[in-house]
Design a protein around this ligand. Sequence first.
Ligand SMILES: Nc1ncnc2c1ncn2[C@@H]1O[C@H](COP(=O)(O)OP(=O)(O)O)[C@@H](O)[C@H]1O
Ligand SMILES: [Mg+2]
Length: 323
Amino acid sequence: MSIENRPWVEKYRPRLLDEVVNQLGIIRRLKQFIKDKSMPHLIFAGSAGTGKTTSALAMVRELYKREMVVNRTYLELNASDARGIDVIRTYIKDFAKARPPVNIPFKVLILDEADNMTAPAQQALRRTMEKYTKNCRMVLICNYSNKIIPPIQSRCVVFRFASLNDNDLKSRVRFVAKQENITLAPGGLNAIIEVSRGDCRRAINYLQSCGTISKKIDQEIVFRVAGEVPPDKIKEILNTAIEGQLQLSIKLLDDLIKEYGLSGQNIIKNLHREIYDLKIQETLKIELSKLLAEFEFRLSQGGTEEIQLQALLAKIVLLQNSE
Ligand SMILES: Nc1ncnc2c1ncn2[C@@H]1O[C@H](COP(=O)(O)OP(=O)(O)O)[C@@H](O)[C@H]1O
Ligand SMILES: [Mg+2]
């Protein structure tokens, strides 16, 4: 694959620790390890797209100041049970045994998706860790550190990567968009942030997918690509029902179902997400929430979607009129 058509998440993966956003405390400590040429075993824990793999690779790159080392030191463990333990017994052990480079007293092994390792594989890893600590430090990357067996946890310093906040996500998405000559309408940027939920990889992937549709990205495109319903449309349905316009709200709902092909359950979920954002009284929000729970249950019991959803809207109309 040529450099040009690499996925943007790879193309714009920060190469230096200083380019990683949002994880200041962690980055500061990693830089100190590099300066001291000394580090403990590490666990990087946190949800997807927060910079765990990126930071581990950047650290190794800065530590050894040589590109070629980076590939050799990185291992992705999305392995099946059997391979998990084989990999530990062969590759990892050989790697850990071999002598470190001249100017750094240890090698670094990055094990990505470490929480996919079975308990026996982790036991084997623990023994390797113990035996070759002098030669080899490990960085175990996982979503949840409690998936790592306690004897490994107790040998590691755990760094928890927080989800990116909206501003950091925005600045990263803006940066990539600028490099790729994409114009972001303000609604478009906000929509990308909304559908990405703190996951920077997802945000950049959405940007790229939208970019294949148009060089100017607005809210419509983002929600279409993400397969999500624009919040405004959901709010409109709720508001028309609250205002007592039953026929109109049913029509809007029909249009939405046709356009987005949503299931009844999915519609209820979307409605639920928007009620707290509506400009209505708190008591009404509570009533709405109860109603949605009731209709979600009815659907789960096999009620006909069209009938149930219309009944739901009718009940919303009645809620207001009975006050
Ligand atoms: N903290 C961050 N700062 C800058 N870019 C980030 C950050 N986190 C994720 N990214 C972007 O998202 C992509 C995936 O990040 P990665 O480090 O692989 O996430 P994970 O935490 O799942 O290992 C990177 O290529 C990069 O473009
Ligand atoms: Mg990763």
